[in-house]
Structure formats: C-alpha cells, structure tokens
Unconditional design. Structure first.
Length: 306
C-alpha cells in the first residue's frame, strides 16, 4: 500500500467516479483503475462497488477512506515539521549569557532579533558566569554561550568574537571618588574592595589579576560577591568599591557611580560566543548567523576541535 494509491483512492471516493478522479489527480483513467485494483489486491478486499453511474464505497472502503485521510494529513504534518526543523524555524536553543551582559544593548538586540525572526523556536536564556557556561557547553547541557574566553582556541568548541570590553571602577554615589575620581590605581591601595570568587569565572579572574600584576597593584579585598550584579549591589550598600567590566554600566542599578581609569581601560576583556563544534542544529546556526548583523562585521572567528 502506497501513499500514491491512497491519494488516488481518496479522489475516487470523493468524486464517486473513476473518470472524475482521473481528472482531479491528472492520471490516465486506465492507470488509475489499475492502481485501485492493486490496492484492493494488496488489502485482500473490495473497496469499491462498480455500477453504471460510477462507484460507491464498500464497508471496507468507507473504513479505509477515514484512515487514509488521516494518514495523508499526518504525512503532511510530518513533512512540514521536518522541513521547519531543517530550516531552524522550530526547535529549541539554550543560550548562556554572563550576568553582566544581559543588559548590554547589542546582546539584548541579538535576543530580540532572534525572537522576532524565529518566534516558534523555544528560546531558553540562562544567566550564567563564564566558568559554569564553559562547563555546561563542554558537557552538552548548553548549546551556546556569551562569555569571556582567554582565546579563540577552545577544545571541542567553535568561537566567534563579539566585542571588546574593558574594566572600570564602581564606587558608591556617596564616595569622594564619585566627585573626584582617582587618576591611577595606586591611589586605591588602601581602599576596601568587593571582589568575586575565582572558582566561578577563572578566565575573567586570571585575566584581571594578570593585568594588575603588570601594574604592580593588588586590591585589598574585604568582601566577596557571587557575581558582578551581587558585587554592585554590595557597592551600592556602601560595603566597598569594585572593579567590574564596563558592560556593568548598562545595568540600571541606583547608588552606583562608574569611573573610567586609563589603566583599567587598557585591560582588554573580549566577549565571545561559543558553541559545540559537533552541534549542527539549524536553530542554533540561525542564531549564530545573526551575530554579524547585530555586532557588525568587525568580528573574528576561530575554530578549535578536540
């Protein structure tokens, strides 16, 4: 039994005539008659009662007609769904974003453009620091991430540079440095700093500390926060000052004053998108395809396989 034969049979059942059915399906009448007889032989029962005025369905034919309509509808649904999956128009994408960058205009635009263009894709966004993102990318529980990396070469991952970030100083609004900013980091040697744990974002932490080592500066840390948003909330509460990515200034948090220092601006903090090399999901690659559109054509790419 073939889908072609079922479509011919449906045409005969609905028109009540072999000749009318042949015109509907654009098949010669003898060929159509032969296919209906082959279908009857295959099923081992008569489907049509033939008479002078045309044909009518037998009991078996009526039962087959109902089933055939459902089968052909189901085939169309499957074809449509598979086509949509193949084009990335439906499916699911899980994306990690560093907490700091959820409010960055370009990142927000990327999320918005993807949702506008692929509204039927289940888009899951997880606010995660770079360390947890990297772990989940490599274990396969996250499809893509926007995070800090130390280089493009990441075993098992493909990467795309999104933009360059730098560091800046965050102080409470009431701090004297809010009105009279320091010029050099050395002026902050006796200040109380709120800092992050290395374990939650090793790449970011090591890059910052290496930059400070080159400047012979060591912050006096008195408080720790789990991520940059927590750190900023502690700064706003007057518990200390902090050095954070400049992207943090996009977060609408009252009580914080951001200060640019040349020595902090000199610390390049590149932001990347990364995804598993073996992931061939069309929905994911549609997201990747929006990167140049949102972040511009000044990106760089690198591929590392492991």
């Amino acid at each position: 039994m073939e889908f072609r034969q079922l479509s011919y049979f449906i045409a005969v059942a609905e028109t009540g005539s072999i000749s009318a059915a042949s015109r509907r399906v654009h098949v010669a009448q003898p060929a159509l008659t032969r296919q209906i007889r082959l279908l009857e032989e295959n099923l081992g029962t008569r489907l049509l009662e033939r008479h002078a005025r045309g044909v009518s369905l037998t009991v078996a034919g009526k039962a087959l007609y109902d089933e055939a309509v459902q089968l052909l509808d189901r085939r169309t649904q499957i074809r449509t769904r598979l086509s949509a999956l193949g084009q990335g128009l439906i499916g699911k994408v899980s994306l990690g974003v560093t907490v700091t960058h959820l409010w960055v205009p370009e990142v927000a635009a990327l999320l918005r453009h993807y949702r506008d263009r692929y509204a039927r894709v289940a888009f899951e966004v997880f606010p995660l620091l770079s360390g947890p993102q990297l772990e989940r990318l490599r274990e396969g529980s996250l499809e893509a991430g926007i995070l800090y990396l130390d280089s493009a070469e990441q075993p098992g991952l493909e990467t795309r540079l999104l933009q360059h970030d730098h560091l800046m100083l965050a102080v409470p609004d009431a701090s004297p440095w809010a009105t009279e900013p320091p010029n050099r980091l050395s002026e902050l040697s006796d200040a109380d700093f709120v800092w992050g744990f290395r374990s939650v974002s090793p790449v970011y932490y090591d890059r910052v500390m290496a930059h400070f080592a080159r400047l012979n500066f060591a912050p006096r840390v008195v408080q720790y926060g789990a991520d940059n948003i927590t750190i900023l909330s502690m700064v706003a509460a007057g518990l200390g000052i902090a050095i954070v990515p400049s992207a943090s200034s996009a977060y609408p948090m009252p009580g914080i004053h951001f200060v640019d220092l040349p020595e902090l601006e000199a610390c390049d903090m590149p932001l990347w998108m990364a995804w598993r090399s073996i992931n061939d999901s069309p929905a994911l690659h549609n997201l990747i395809g929006l990167i140049d559109e949102v972040f511009g054509d000044g990106t760089e790419s690198g591929v590392a396989r492991g």
